[in-house]
Design a protein around this ligand. Structure first.
Ligand code: IMP
Length: 195
């Protein structure tokens, strides 16, 4: 039987790959594959606001149910920064520059506790909204360890895995990540609504 299509309001290749692996019963399609290549401005102040903005924009555009997630890294000693600004922390927003700036801002800081947060929103064309949040805890390393994953993975030491996400396989990361926790929690309602 053909898999049901699940539209994802994301252009981030790392996220698309991870979410496809987490929901093998669906054919996950990134919204940019549906035709018009429009960008969605993330103007919200919370992960939920931004996930809702993305899911609603794509659902309304194509009149289809849509899943979005908004995620980021929250560092205790930086009062929760970079938080919702994780993708745009450095001037370029490039992963390497974001990690360089984070390591610089954490130089000499003793309390290195941090968490990744992911808010998933599933939006239906009739306006129904479903949401779940997942978190995963760890510490900011003093330097990069490993090259796996994306974003801040090389500088995040996972308490669950006892190694950096940069050194973890995709399967290991998915077993404990903020995104997998949020997506697994919201999967039941997606399956029910797309039946
Ligand atoms: P979003 O696309 O607005 O959700 O931005 C998320 C940003 O947070 C990414 O660009 C990364 O910088 C960071 N981020 C979120 N999830 C992860 C992850 O699983 N690993 C590493 N960085 C992440």
């Amino acid at each position: 039987m053909d898999k049901k299509v699940l539209v994802l309001a994301s252009a981030n290749k790392g996220k698309i790959r991870e979410i496809s692996d987490m929901l093998p019963e669906f054919k996950v399609v990134a919204y940019k594959e549906l035709g018009e290549n429009f960008d969605i401005e993330e103007t919200g102040e919370t992960f939920f606001d931004n996930a809702l903005i993305k899911a609603k924009a794509v659902s309304e555009k194509y009149d289809l149910p849509c899943l979005a997630d908004d995620s980021g890294l929250c560092v205790e000693a930086l009062s929760g920064a970079p938080g919702v600004y994780s993708a745009r922390y450095s001037e370029t927003g490039d992963d390497e520059d974001n990690n360089d700036l984070l390591l610089k801002n954490m130089q000499g800081v003793k309390d290195r506790r941090a968490k990744f947060v992911c808010c998933a929103v599933f939006y239906m064309p009739n306006g129904e909204v479903f949401t779940e949040t997942g978190e995963t805890f760890g510490e900011i390393l003093n330097e990069r360890q490993g090259k796996s994953g994306f974003g801040y993975d090389p500088v995040f030491y996972s308490f669950d895995l006892k190694k950096s996400f940069g050194l973890a396989t995709e399967e290991e990361k998915n077993s404990v990540s903020h995104r997998s926790r949020a997506i697994h929690a919201i999967a039941a309602v997606i399956k029910e609504k797309l039946k």
